[in-house]
Design a binder for this molecule. Sequence first.
Ligand SMILES: C=CC1=C(C)c2cc3[nH]c(cc4nc(cc5[nH]c(cc1n2)c(C)c5CCC(=O)O)C(CCC(=O)O)=C4C)c(C)c3C=C
Ligand code: FE2
Length: 425
Amino acid sequence: MTERDNDTLEISRRRLLGTVGAAGAAGLVIGAAGGAGVSAAVSDGGSGGASGPGGAPALSTVGATEVMFHGKHQAGITTPSQSRGHLMAFDLAPGAGRKEAAALLRRWSATAKALMAGEAPAGDTGVALDAGPSSLTITFGFGRTFFDRTGLTARRPAELDPLPAFSSDALDPRRSEGDLWVQIGADDALVAFHALRAVQKDAGDAARVRWQMNGFNRSAGATAKPMTARNLMGQIDGTGNPKPDEPDFDRRIFVPAGAPGGQEWMAGGSYAVVRRIRMLLDDWEKLSLEKQEKVIGRRKSDGAPLSGGTETSELDLNKLGPDGRPVIPDNAHARISAPEQNGGAAMLRRPFSFHDGIAPDGTPDAGLLFICWQADPLRGFVPVQRKLDRGDALSPFIRHESSGLYAVPGGAAEGEYVGQRLLEG
Ligand SMILES: C=CC1=C(C)c2cc3[nH]c(cc4nc(cc5[nH]c(cc1n2)c(C)c5CCC(=O)O)C(CCC(=O)O)=C4C)c(C)c3C=C
Ligand SMILES: [Fe+2]
């Protein structure tokens, strides 16, 4: 596989034998559209056999797809959603400061680079053997408290100021915030788990796990062509996301270099708002299909706006029904959260679903690990959530149970580790 900057798409032909199957083709197309650096190699051993070069097991495109570690932005932001995800927050251990944090980020970066390339470290457990890189991404961020703990308060970005309280919040502080945040995504469950263990072991005495959450999306390659994912309410979720080929995408999602009053070490970075949002599925599933669609303002079957068209048609917020009322109701989630209703506020939503079994009250402990990316939370998540908090038809069916806000620095250049410009600048 060829290593490339993660803003470019490279399909290595070194081991590309035969035709890319439907699943693989889907993955590659999404990778290109998403602007994520992806390299894919497919091996069938040259004769349709079961082994690749050096006797390594053959890989499908799903297994062989590699997302590059180095690049302008960290991987895992514009990378197409993976089918497995793990989120972890760490607190620095008592006595650990800037020096220990820098050593930890150096270790984590080396591990991320190796695992994302499908390499197994010496003495490895073997959990991820045979599966290839499987689009593994490992993304690192800093929480507000990190800066005091490391004596870097003066370099804390204003964007990390605490989010306002929202009336519908039911937040558990033990599952919120944290000094450091790690997002892991992969198209193979074993590859994702392997990375989770490696990251945790690397933390050593420097940091302790504060909370950890597990998520999933539809399996890579399950659909013949790329499709927007569905959430556990059954809705197509992600349609309105800004697209990387739109002219203002970078400005909305990534911190520019040289921003007046900004923190230069965040150039190319982004801010992640992370919320564990429980879905009250027993209540939701009692609603008729018609009522469910009015809650969102889109059709459940294909995600098309209730004003007509297909999934990608613009919402016609002025269209009235035969009863003289807006066909997309005033409190519909898609209406309230639309950028044009929020002074252009936009974010890139890249969630995972979660299911943590059955709660003591017998209801499913399931919902959305909502992760959204923006250049500034005050021009992304905050205004939209303020508005949703005041009258979203979806609110009675969801509960925000935890919250985190993290500064995710730009990608590491070759020879650099993630966060080096902060920790050694
Ligand atoms: C504050 C931000 C948002 C939260 C929190 C949120 C929770 C949430 N959303 C859904 C389901 C859907 N959301 C959809 C659209 C949508 N949602 C937000 C923001 C938040 N959602 C935005 C900015 C948008 C896009 C609006 C637009 O551009 O028109 C949709 C419609 C399809 C789509 O565009 O993705 C669905 C469905 C759930 C289930 C949920 C909490 C669990
Ligand atoms: Fe939403």
